[in-house]
Design a protein. Structure first.
Length: 187
């Protein structure tokens, strides 16, 4: 066939045509491959976007749960404070009448109680101060008060008796002490 010169242009045209067909087939094959890859990437992208939306929804849900947990913690703290206040009111309701009775029983004719107040730092301690005609009267008051406090699971602490000449009727003694709960360890 190469020897016939009149067929050469046809052969060349056929070769060019076969080459073009080969290039076209190759291009179509590569396009098909790229489309297949594109389809796989789009599916992967869709899956990842779905996962992203799910994770965002979970993050939003977690944020809501954290917010609710914070609210519940605040609620619990409020209930705990209220419970503590009620416990203290119950303690105080029982303490005050017993404390007043103990003071009444401990006071003698030479003692005047001027102040009874609750401690600032520890609500289960009570400050007592007053005046006595003599040091002995103040000490007798403290001893009687100590005996009365034992039944209340309390003790008399930090007793102080000081001479006082500023009173109109002459000399006397100022006294002060703390009444501490034994169950809380005092101050």
């Amino acid at each position: 066939m190469w020897k016939r010169k009149d067929l050469l242009p046809y052969a060349a045209a056929a070769m060019v045509m076969l080459g073009l067909i080969g290039v076209d087939v190759n291009m179509r094959y590569k396009t098909w491959q790229k489309n297949a890859q594109l389809q796989e990437l789009e599916e992967e992208f869709s899956e990842k976007m779905l996962l992203k939306r799910q994770m965002q929804a979970q993050a939003s849900s977690m944020s809501e749960l954290k917010s609710k947990l914070s609210e519940k913690k605040q609620e619990l703290a409020g209930v705990t404070r209220e419970k503590e206040s009620l416990r203290y009111l119950e303690y105080r309701k029982n303490l005050l009448p017993a404390l007043l009775a103990a003071l009444q029983n401990a006071i003698n004719d030479e003692v005047v109680v001027e102040q009874v107040s609750q401690g600032v730092g520890n609500r289960e301690q009570v400050y007592v101060s007053g005046w006595a005609a003599s040091d002995t009267a103040a000490q007798l008051f403290f001893n009687s008060l100590s005996a009365e406090m034992t039944s209340m699971n309390m003790e008399v602490a930090d007793r102080r008796v000081m001479a006082d000449s500023s009173r109109p009727r002459g000399s006397g003694y100022n006294f002060e002490a703390w009444l501490l709960s034994r169950s809380t360890g005092g101050r």
